[in-house]
Design a protein around this ligand. Structure first.
Ligand SMILES: [Zn+2]
Length: 154
């Protein structure tokens, strides 16, 4: 999916990596003649790209960004106490990911924007992608909570 570039860092080999607003990092190589991105090797070129779009394959794969830490969780909910807000389409804020953790039963997790749905069980948590609209639907008795993740504060 399309994300926005928030900055650039160098890796240990001297290749540029773009930081994206989802929390992921993607290599942006200038490797002529195969990949020509002369703009990435100049500070002006990089500055011009801040805020521009970049496709993030890691978001497409529902991968929580490396190094993200849990900082908050909801109370435990059941099929009776699940807030209406979670049953309706909603999303997390920029840079905030979540894991839906089922303790007992099965919770259906819908991601309409990506045309995906998952049955979340104690063995398989649901991964909530930052800013991507989703909702949940209890399939019978269930106990679950949601745990939120973000970049570590330095
Ligand atoms: Zn991403």
């Amino acid at each position: 999916m399309q994300r926005r570039i928030t900055g650039f860092v160098l890796d240990e080999h001297g290749d540029w990596i773009a930081s994206l607003d989802c929390g992921h990092r993607q290599h942006v190589r200038h490797d002529p003649p195969f990949t020509s991105r002369p703009w990435v090797v100049s500070s002006e070129g990089r500055a011009d790209r801040i805020g521009s779009g970049w496709p993030c394959s890691l978001c497409d794969r529902f991968e929580v960004p490396a190094g993200f830490v849990a900082y908050k969780r909801t109370p435990e909910f059941t099929e009776v106490t699940v807030p209406q807000g979670l049953r309706r389409d909603h999303s997390t804020k920029r840079g905030v990911w979540a894991k839906i953790r089922v303790l007992e039963g099965t919770l259906r997790y819908h991601v309409p924007a990506l045309n995906r749905q998952f049955d979340v069980t104690p063995e398989a948590p649901g991964i909530v992608i930052a800013e991507v609209v989703h909702h949940v639907e209890p399939l019978g008795p269930v106990r679950f909570y949601v745990e939120f993740f973000r970049a570590p504060t330095t």
